[in-house]
Each structure stands twice: as C-alpha cells, then as structure tokens.
Design a protein. Sequence first.
Length: 404
Amino acid sequence: MPVRTGVFICSCGPNVGGRMDIERIAAEAAGMTGVVLAETFGLLCSPKGKQYLAEKIRENRLDRVVIAACSPREHEATFMQVCESAGLNPFMMEMANIREQVAWVTSDPQAATRKALRVVTAAVDRIDRHIPLQKTSIVCNPEVMVVGGGIAGMTASLLLADADRRVTLLERSVELGGLTDAETAGKARELAVLVSRRDEITVLTGSEPREIVGFFGNFIVSVDDDQDVIRVGSIVLATGCRWNGPGTAEPAEGFADIARMLRVPLDETGFPGREHDSLAPVSTPIDGIHLAGCAGGPCSLEEAVRSAEAAAGTILSTLVPGREVETEPRTSVISETLCRGCRTCMDVCGFGAISFDSERNVCTVNGVLCKGCGNCAAACPSGAVRSMHFTPDQLRYQMTGALR
Ligand code: SF4
Ligand code: SF4
C-alpha cells in the first residue's frame, strides 16, 4: 500500500518563516514521493498548532508525518504525543530541524531555503523506511534502599518514611551515626532515635550490599549470605567520605564496589558522576540511583541534609506507587548469528545494558537498561548490532535524500 506522508513546515513565528521561503518548501515537498499533504503553519507547538496537526493526521489518514521545525530536543516529545493522540504510532513521525540547523546559521534566505529543502527531503525519504515501534512499561517497586546510616542517610530515610515508603537502611558499621565530630554527634544521635521509632524503616547494621542487579523500579539486592534478597525500586547512596589530609577526600571504603555493581560511573577523584551537574545534582546517570551527603563528594552538614532532602524528593516524584515506567523502544538488538562474542560492545556501553552469555558465546542487550545511544552498533566489528529506529536502511535513505 502506498505511504501517506504529511509534511508540516512550522514558521516558528519569524524564527524560521522570516529567514527562508517556507511556502516554496511546502510546494516542493508536495511533489515528493509518498507526500499527500504539505502545509505551513505559524506555531505548530502552540495549543492551536497541535490541534491542527492532530486534525490533519486524522482527516487525511496520514501514516507518516514529517515536521520541519525546531530541534527534536525541543519538541520531539510534544509532536510524538500529538501523533499518539491522533492514532498514529509516534515513531512514524520524523522531525526535520530547519531552525537550529538552517534558519539560525544560514543568513542568506535563498541558501537557507535550498538547505532546508535538503533537510526536508532527507526526512521524507527516511520516513518511508520507518516501522512502528511499540512502547512497553514495567510496574515499579516503590520501596527504597538507603546505603549508609550517617546523617544524610538517616535524613533521607525519615523523609521517605514520612511519605509512607518502606525503607531498608544499610549501615556497614555496628551502629547508625556515621562519621561525626563534636558539632554533628548530637544531631546524629537525635536522628538515630527517630529512625529507631519508625516501623517503615528496617535498619540492617553490620551490612552492606554484596550483589545488586536490576534497574530503576526493580533492583534486587543481596545483603548477607544468610538473608533473602531485598527488592527495591530506587537506591540512595549515602556512604560518606574519608579525609586524606587537609582539603583532600576520597569515597568511603567499599564505595567503588557498590558503584561498579550499579554501573555508576566515577570521576578521577573516585566520586560518582551526575546526571546533570546543575539540573540533577543528586542523581547519577543510572536511573533510580541517587546521592546524599558526602557520597557525592565532600560537603558541609547543611549541604548533606539538603542533598538528602533532594534525593528523597526526587524518589517520591519519580517512583510513584502504582505508576508504570515506560521503557525506550529505540534500543539496540544483537544478532546471535553474527555476534562473535568479542565483547567490544560491553566495553563501550555506559549503561551496563549488555551481558555476555558464555555458553553460547554471544552478547545480549537488556532492552530495559538500553538507552539507545548506538555506541555498541558503531563499535561492533561484526555488524551484529542493530539500533532500532537507526537502521542502516533508514540512515542510507536519509543520507541519499540529503545529497540528492
Ligand atoms: S561487539 Fe559485536 S561481535 Fe563483539 S560481542 Fe558485541 S555484538 Fe558480538
Ligand atoms: S545502544 Fe547504547 S545503551 Fe544500548 S546497549 Fe548499545 S551501547 Fe548500551
């Protein structure tokens, strides 16, 4: 059956429309293979624009949509939602970035129009090869594990308990409190008493994680040999740090092992990297793993408490009881036939999503952990990895469209 592609060119106010001839782009797009509709619109991301887009998809029974507008970083999610609401699989939508990549960097309007046409042609050619991908979701465990029973760990545990979350608080020494001085010892004692009164908090002293597997919403932690595994949805690392002399500190003993089990990357000082230094300073790049107190690096008592509050708040807003977490369908898959078991892909995956099956001598991707970054596909010397939504076929069509 012939495809029915709709091309929508957004003027983005004067941002795009004032810098190139978008009517000409629409007229040329209308003649491209598979295109049944090509129109311009003032501001597609506005409520009116979204309504217009959804109506056009339904009225024209479009099975593919190209949006020539801003960067996908800005509004891909917006337009995917519109497609979904109009009954179109959201992965049958492709954005052609004619704002950041054309309008804002190409001052001559005629040159900008020609360049934008190439970008639109590439998207129209590419979308011909798209296939609908299905999102899946997993049910999350709302319980939390806090590793480290110092002031930060106890503060986070109490806040989570206040919100009715069950918390397992692990402390490797024989009692709660962590490293304190004359100034902080009183506060630590006070918090330890409060923790001991809470039914929601299970304290395991003399304990540390021995093995952690799983992912956001479903971590399985083995603690002591004689104990059943503990299942939690999120983990707060609140393990503190050791002072090596004036001004220098290193993570607490055993922290590197925990970070390795969780696949949390460490910087050159041994402390964990952040998801984003300013926007997500208590979150690691691994979903569901958060930092409190000196586990993230040396900090004052006040900063430790604040980071514990932020970690607890992040968990309460992301790990909501009853809510399912959507998984990313744009993942990589490995062909067992082509894989030679060299494990190059494992080395380049920053998310610990690939494991090695020694019996069959092949690697496999855990689709829940995979973020679809494509590193493994680029690195595999056997061409065994296929990135969904970025297949060689799709990229070839896109490239030839741009160069035609
Ligand atoms: S890099 Fe390729 S061949 Fe090597 S283990 Fe990974 S998928 Fe298999
Ligand atoms: S696409 Fe990225 S996240 Fe997914 S398995 Fe490959 S390297 Fe890991």
